[in-house]
Ligand binder design. Structure first.
Ligand SMILES: Cc1ncc(COP(=O)(O)O)c(C=O)c1O
Length: 396
C-alpha cells in the first residue's frame, strides 16, 4: 500500500497529540487574517486569555506564544532561572527528563528526583531535596502533571504540600500540556505559581500555540532575574497592544481556533469534559486489562489512580515490535497510535484518547488495535473490545 493511496472513510488519530481538530475549530480557522489594529482581533485575543484563565481557574497573567510545548518550557526557564541557578525537577519519565535537559542546556543546575517506572512522582524525594536545600537555592520545582510517555498523572498538589511543609519558597511550576482539558486541574487551588500548556492536545487546536500562566510570586522572581531574554520575556509582553503581547505578529489562525475550542469546552461544561475523558480512559484500560490475559502485554502504570485519562501506555514483552504493530494499525486498519518514547521506546505503545473523542471513536480505535495485534500474532486475552463496551455501558 503506498502512503498516497486514498483510503476511504475516517482515519482514526489516537496519538496523544496532536489530536483530532473539531470541525468547529477548523471552520473558525478559515477566517481571513485581520490587520493588527482591528478591534475584532483584540476581542479574539481577550477571549482566548479569559478562556484559558477560566479553564485553569486562575487569576494569574496569561502569556501566549507562537510556539510548541518546548517553547513554553523555554519561556519558563528563561524568565525564572538565571544560568547557575537551581531547579528541582520531579522525575516522571521522558518529559521530565527532556525538560531537565533543556534547563541544563540553558545553564540551570538541575536536581532530579528519581523516577520509578510505572509509578507517579516520588513526593518524599521531593520533600527530602527541599529540606536539604537549607540555603533556599532552589528557585522552582518543575512538575509534569501528565507525563505523556509514561501515561501517568501525578498530583502537583502534593508537591505544594511538600513546599509548604518545608517552608521552602521555591515556585511550583506545572506542565499541563497533556492534561489540560482532560484531567481536573485548578491552578490557584493547587497552589501552582506557573502553569504551561500547548494547543495540540486537550485544547483540540493544531500545534503551534502555547501559553504560560504566571502568578504574582512568579512575576516577582522573573522581574529579579537578570538573565538576558527578549522573545520569551513576560515583562515585555505585558502590554495591551497585540503586537507587543505576542512580541510580533500574533498567530491569528490558531487564536481563532483556540477561541472556538474553548467555546466548545465551556459549552459542554468542564466537568462533563473531564467525566467524558474518565469514561473513555476507563474503557481503554478495561480493554488492555482483558488483552493482558494473553500474557504478552500489560498496562504500564501500576497505580490505577495514576493512570492518565489522556493516554494509555501499554508495555509489551520482549520480542514484540511496537513499531511494526503501529504500522499495521495505521496502514491496514486506519488507526494511528503512538510509540514509546525515551527509555520506553521499543517496549511500549500508546493509545491517545483525549480531546475531541467519543465512545464510538474509542471503540473503533480499540477494535483496530485488536485486529492489528491479531495480524501480528500477539497473544491477547479475548474480549478486549467487549470489556470496553461494558465499561462504557456501565456508566451511562
Ligand atoms: C507533557 C508534555 N510536555 C511537553 C511536551 C512538549 O511539547 P511539544 O512537542 O509541543 O514541544 C509534550 C509533548 O508531547 C508533552 O506531552
Amino acid at each position: 500500500m503506498t502512503p498516497h493511496k486514498r483510503i476511504p472513510g475516517h482515519r482514526f488519530l489516537h496519538s496523544p497529540g496532536p489530536t483530532r481538530v473539531p470541525d468547529e475549530v477548523m471552520d473558525a480557522m478559515r477566517r481571513q487574517p485581520m490587520d493588527l489594529a482591528d478591534p475584532r482581533l483584540e476581542h479574539v485575543i481577550q477571549a482566548c486569555e479569559t478562556g484559558l484563565k477560566a479553564l485553569l481557574q486562575t487569576t494569574a497573567d496569561v502569556f501566549m506564544y507562537a510556539c510548541n510545548g518546548h517553547g513554553a518550557w523555554e519561556a519558563v526557564i528563561a524568565n525564572l532561572l538565571a544560568p547557575g541557578q537551581k531547579v528541582l525537577i520531579a522525575g516522571t519519565g521522558h518529559f521530565s527528563e527532556s525538560w531537565a535537559i533543556q534547563a541544563e542546556a540553558m545553564g540551570a543546575q538541575v536536581i532530579r528526583t528519581p523516577w520509578r517506572e510505572g509509578y507517579p512522582i516520588d513526593v518524599q524525594a521531593i520533600e527530602a531535596a527541599l529540606r536539604a536545600d537549607t540555603s533556599h537555592a532552589i528557585v522552582a520545582v518543575f512538575v509534569v502533571h501528565t507525563d505523556t510517555a509514561s501515561g501517568m498523572t501525578s498530583e502537583p498538589g502534593k508537591v505544594r504540600q511538600a513546599l509548604d511543609a518545608t517552608a521552602h519558597p521555591a515556585l511550583l511550576v506545572v506542565d499541563v500540556v497533556a492534561s489540560l482539558g482532560a484531567a481536573p486541574f485548578v491552578m490557584d487551588a493547587v497552589g501552582a505559581n506557573v502553569v504551561l500548556g500547548a494547543s495540540q492536545k486537550g485544547l483540540m487546536v493544531p500545534p503551534g500555540l502555547a501559553f504560560v500562566a504566571a502568578d504574582a510570586a512568579a512575576m516577582k522572581v522573573a522581574a529579579a532575574n537578570p538573565s538576558p531574554r527578549f522573545y520569551w520575556d513576560w515583562a515585555r509582553r505585558q502590554s495591551p497592544l497585540c503586537y507587543r503581547k505576542f512580541c510580533g505578529t500574533p498567530p491569528q489562525s490558531l487564536l481563532f481556533g483556540l477561541e472556538a475550542a474553548l467555546g466548545l469546552i465551556f459549552h459542554e461544561g468542564v466537568g462533563e469534559v473531564i467525566a467524558r475523558h474518565q469514561l473513555i480512559a476507563g474503557a481503554v484500560q478495561a480493554a488492555v486489562d482483558a488483552w493482558s490475559e494473553g500474557g504478552a502485554l500489560e498496562l504500564f502504570v501500576r497505580e490505577p489512580a495514576a493512570r492518565s485519562v489522556s493516554v494509555t501506555t501499554v508495555s509489551v514483552n520482549a520480542g514484540i515490535d511496537p513499531e511494526a504493530l503501529r504500522t499495521v494499525a495505521r496502514e491496514q486498519f486506519q488507526v494511528a497510535i503512538a510509540g514509546g518514547l525515551g527509555p520506553l521506546a521499543g517496549r511500549t505503545f500508546r493509545i491517545g484518547h483525549l480531546g475531541d473523542m467519543n465512545p464510538a471513536m474509542i471503540l473503533g480505535c480499540l477494535a483496530g488495535v485488536e485486529a492489528a495485534m491479531q495480524v501480528q500474532g500477539i497473544s491477547i486475552g479475548s474480549g478486549g473490545v467487549q470489556h470496553a463496551v461494558a465499561a462504557l455501558a456501565s456508566k451511562r
